[in-house]
Design a protein around this ligand. Structure first.
Ligand SMILES: [Mn+2]
Length: 331
């Protein structure tokens, strides 16, 4: 049986009347788009069903903008205990449901998981039905296949929702393979205006963030480490956004600090090229030792990391450069 047939068979078996679709906390456009598109599909194929969509601890800021554009509201306080079937979307561990996790775990109703992340054994045990596809770019891509398999013609709104989810999870199609792009082409044929719809994924920047980025660029100090350009700066808030901005201006590495009293907060970003060629992992090679040196904690990813500690700004910049020089081996 096709996955969507497994799902409808389950709905029929328990004689479901009320279905609750849940997204992970801080739900991104993929989770929200998939949940709304699936709710629309379920209502079309089972018109008597009551379907509600909710996101644990509310959706992300970007998702909220998207919901406003569709004038759509999520259920604030879902009646988890009343649901005949609960469907988790884009959510691979129950912990991602925040405060609702315990209530979902305690429910006797069947739980269905629809996700494109590697499935978690704990969630598998809990799920009556698990529709997982790690190859899919996004949960929206899985929902798209439900429409195809049910032979349901996609409306313009449904197409937009799935388009946004795919665009978000593939970083505006950079990570999309040919299967995903064919789906995107189908969604455009269903009425999505790509440029107009994509604009929903770029949020207007708040004035305070704009100012933080601009101040950070005014205060920039450039240091060469080998062939690499390292930008140092400081700003009271939005250090991460400022560091990203400095890398997009052309720095290979940006280290942006904020100081309040003797407390330090540092965000660092690196370009892809720097990571690939210099083979420096910001989280491991820079943030972690910085955190230890400044009596705090540091860590993160290869190209994005952060540190909280105690000390002074200049000392922190000095030590960062020292670490980078040591790591790159070019004094
Ligand atoms: Mn996703």
């Amino acid at each position: 049986m096709l996955p969507i047939q497994d799902l409808t068979a389950l709905l029929d078996r328990v004689n479901a009347r009320f279905i609750l679709l849940l997204c992970h906390h801080n739900a991104d456009p993929d989770a929200v788009g998939a949940a709304l598109a699936l709710s629309s599909l379920l209502q079309r194929i089972r018109p008597r069903l009551r379907v509600e969509v909710a996101a644990a601890e509310g959706p992300s800021r970007l998702s909220r903008c998207m919901l406003t554009a569709f004038s759509w509201d999520l259920t604030q306080d879902p009646q988890i205990e009343e649901a005949d079937v609960i469907i988790l979307l884009d959510t691979n561990t129950i912990q991602q449901l925040g405060d609702w996790a315990g209530r979902v775990e305690a429910t006797k109703s069947p739980i269905v998981v629809v996700d494109h992340h590697a499935s978690h054994p704990e969630t598998e045990l809990l799920a009556t039905l698990s529709i997982a596809d790690e190859v899919a770019s996004s949960t929206c891509e899985i929902i798209f296949r439900f429409f195809m398999d049910m032979n349901v013609r996609i409306t313009e709104v449904e197409a937009k929702l799935m388009f946004l989810g795919i665009a978000f999870d593939t970083r505006h199609f950079i990570l999309a393979n040919s299967t995903t792009l064919k789906i995107v082409a189908d969604l455009i044929d269903s009425g999505v205006k790509a440029q107009e719809t994509l604009s929903l994924l770029s949020m207007p920047m708040e004035e305070s963030e704009r100012m933080a980025r601009l101040k950070a660029s005014r205060r920039i100090r450039l240091i060469r480490v080998g062939n690499w350009i390292v930008a140092l700066s400081h700003v009271g808030a939005y250090q991460a956004s400022a560091a990203r901005a400095l890398v997009s201006l052309g720095a290979h590495v940006a280290i942006v600090a904020g100081q309040r009293g003797d407390k330090l907060k540092i965000s660092m970003r690196a370009s892809h090229e720097f990571h690939q060629v210099a083979k420096v992992h910001l989280g491991r090679d820079l943030a972690k030792p910085l955190g230890e040196h400044f009596q705090g904690m540091g860590g993160g990813h290869a190209m994005a990391a952060g540190v909280n500690g105690i000390g002074n700004l200049e000392a922190c910049f000095k030590y960062s450069i020292k670490l980078l020089r040591r790591r790159i081996g070019n004094v």
